[in-house]
Design a protein around this ligand. Structure first.
Ligand SMILES: [Zn+2]
Length: 365
């Protein structure tokens, strides 16, 4: 067991080092899938994978961090803590549940404090069949120019136009328009891509190598940036399947019901191209049960504005002064990571509970 705060890191480079050290201390071999680009400080980037348990275990729990790059400060902390948590490891071991840790699904975004991949893609909107017509998002198309105006901070006129849009359509519709995913503007927000990203292809390789034999497959995918500060919303993360939803609620819904994007109970909008589509494609035989554990940080509009600023800076390279660029990067970190001991304590205790519940659920049968 290590100190909660010590499990978290202020940078990707340190987070990776802590993860690799934790694997070593646990006697696990970590496997690096090296990313083609370098990180912010010139460091190597990788999706690191470690399996704790038997390679042929019938039950497998996958625990993933940094789908959305900068959100990895949270997820990495959970993974590092878990690897040092002997009580947790023993619980899984005795139940015969193997645990697959995937550290930094999107290491480039993590290192560069961005939510998107180096392709400017929202990885959790990138898992769909690109041979088919892509989902339309006409509301985003209306907002795109307003969201990324030529000048930052936005002018009073820009703010007034956004406020008018929200007044006309409602704040829920604004959230859905911006976050549902769009496939029309490659320099825009929540762009789902036009082809599978590096992270998409690499994660599928990881699934093929480690998850195809599992009969019972659970996944907890760690996210931040939505909901009340420190609260971990358990968002159902499977296809719209009644039996899977009932299972997710039985495992994880004791205190707070598992929320769903299908019935409007989640603070998340209905989304396209979600990562879990890969499980149905790569591991079709598994009984699959999953949640995204989504921890709150700042209010939704502040998070959205942090993302607008970040995308503005990348859409107009060289426009931001060094001071403005630094403040935009600082705000991105704050929007997805609350750097306090109290928040980290809430993160660990809720994640740990969900992990124990997953082991019990997988072996209940
Ligand atoms: Zn996320």
């Amino acid at each position: 067991m290590i100190d909660v705060a010590a499990a978290f890191s202020p940078s990707y480079a340190q987070a990776r080092q802590k993860f690799l050290q934790a694997c070593m201390a646990a006697g696990l071999r970590a496997q690096a899938h090296v990313h083609p680009l370098k990180g912010r400080d010139g460091e190597a980037l990788a999706m690191d994978v470690a399996l704790d348990g038997a390679a042929d275990a019938r039950h497998l729990l996958i625990l993933t961090s940094a789908c959305h790059g900068v959100e990895g400060h949270c997820g990495s902390g959970v993974q590092v803590f878990a690897l040092h948590d002997e009580e947790w490891r023993q619980k899984a071991r005795e139940a015969g549940v193997a645990v697959l840790y995937v550290h930094a699904l999107n290491p480039h975004g993590f290192s560069h404090r961005r939510r998107v991949t180096h392709e400017n893609v929202d990885l959790n909107r990138n898992f769909l069949d690109f041979a088919q017509p892509l989902p339309a998002n006409p509301a985003y198309a209306e907002l795109h120019e307003l969201l990324l105006p030529p000048a930052w901070p936005p002018t009073a006129e820009n703010q007034a136009a956004i406020d008018a849009w929200m007044a006309a359509h409602g704040i829920k519709a604004y959230q859905a328009a911006v976050t549902a995913g769009q496939y029309q503007f490659p320099d825009g927000l929540f762009f789902g891509g036009h082809s599978p990203t590096w992270s998409n292809q690499t994660f599928r390789r990881v699934l093929r190598e480690h998850a195809q034999h599992a009969q019972g497959l659970a996944w907890i995918d760690l996210h931040t940036g939505l909901g009340p500060n420190g609260h971990g919303e358990r968002i159902f993360a499977c296809k719209d399947d009644k039996a899977a939803y009932a299972r997710a609620n039985a495992w994880w819904g004791a205190e707070h019901a598992v929320t769903s994007i299908y019935d409007g109970s989640s603070t998340s909008a209905l989304l396209n191209g979600l990562m879990w589509n890969s499980i149905y494609e790569e591991c079709p035989k598994a009984e699959f049960t999953a949640i995204a554990l989504e921890y709150g940080t700042l209010p939704m509009l502040e998070v959205t504005d942090a993302l607008r600023a970040d995308h503005w800076m990348h859409k107009y390279p060289g426009k931001a002064s060094p001071e403005l660029a630094a403040s935009i990067r600082e705000k991105m970190l704050e929007a997805f990571y609350t750097d306090t001991d109290a928040w980290k304590g809430q993160i660990i205790s809720q994640a740990r509970q969900a992990m124990f519940q997953a082991v019990e659920g997988l072996t209940r049968a």
